[in-house]
Design a protein around this ligand. Sequence first.
Ligand code: CU
Length: 301
Amino acid sequence: MFASQIPNRKILSFSLFSLVLTILIFNIFFWNNSFAQLGLSPLPATQKVLPSYIIDIPAGAVSSEGALHYVPPKISIPIDTTVAWFNDDPGQVHTVTSGVPNATNSGQVFNSGFMPFGAFYQMTFNTNGDYTYHCTFHPYMTGSIHVGGAAEMGHHFTLTSGADLLPVYRNGNWTIVDWTINQTQNERTLFNFRPLSVAVDRSTPLVYNIKVDNDNNNQTIFNENFQVIGENNLHVEFISNSNMNKTNIYGPDVSDPNTGAYHVERNFEDSNYTIRAQIVSIGNDMVEDNITDEFGLKLVS
Ligand SMILES: [Cu+2]
């Protein structure tokens, strides 16, 4: 079974007509602005860098009273993640501008420029650290991104994450490291599984199986297959939601091609966990070799 695909998004495919119309409107209103910054173009099929994480600017984001401006507003991602913002707020122009509003260094790290309704902007985070951003037109619209720089190399996968990699006492021994998430500080943490021994072209689907066990009570938290097309990496976000009694799995963020993050949302209790990653099929072929790794994860509050 594949994860259900609730907030599926087709990569934008503007008709030529609407593109021309948009350009005409922008020529009338914004004669002096560079189109290179507008982020108007749809993602072409040949786009080299596909987004691995989507942040939505939903309808009504323009309202200062509305709670939803950038959704989700706060994320933790591994280094080299490409984030794409989509403006889904009808009739409204927004921006995605690094820094705090009106600061002298505002927009120096990244800046979408004008994003009309339907536009997207994407940015690959190559440097770890903490980034805040805002909309220059509506400074109450803010978001933040933590970019983790740690990597753990297994036999078959390199795992990177927005979490920390720390020494952990486990089963009577100090293990070298486990991924550690403080659930109070980070509600969302993205993991990136990069295969070391498997590489396929962009049209071949890879199916991963991810199984997560709670080591303290030997319960399996989830055991799910995830299909990836368009890149070899699997991106899975763990979302701590104390109101959720069961596990809710959805994604990927982008369809056509099937790429971007999957999301696993539940009430994760503070505990030690084992993440088992496995590649179960490549294209139409089931994988007989055991392409499997295990990684430790510790959740605290
Ligand atoms: Cu705005």
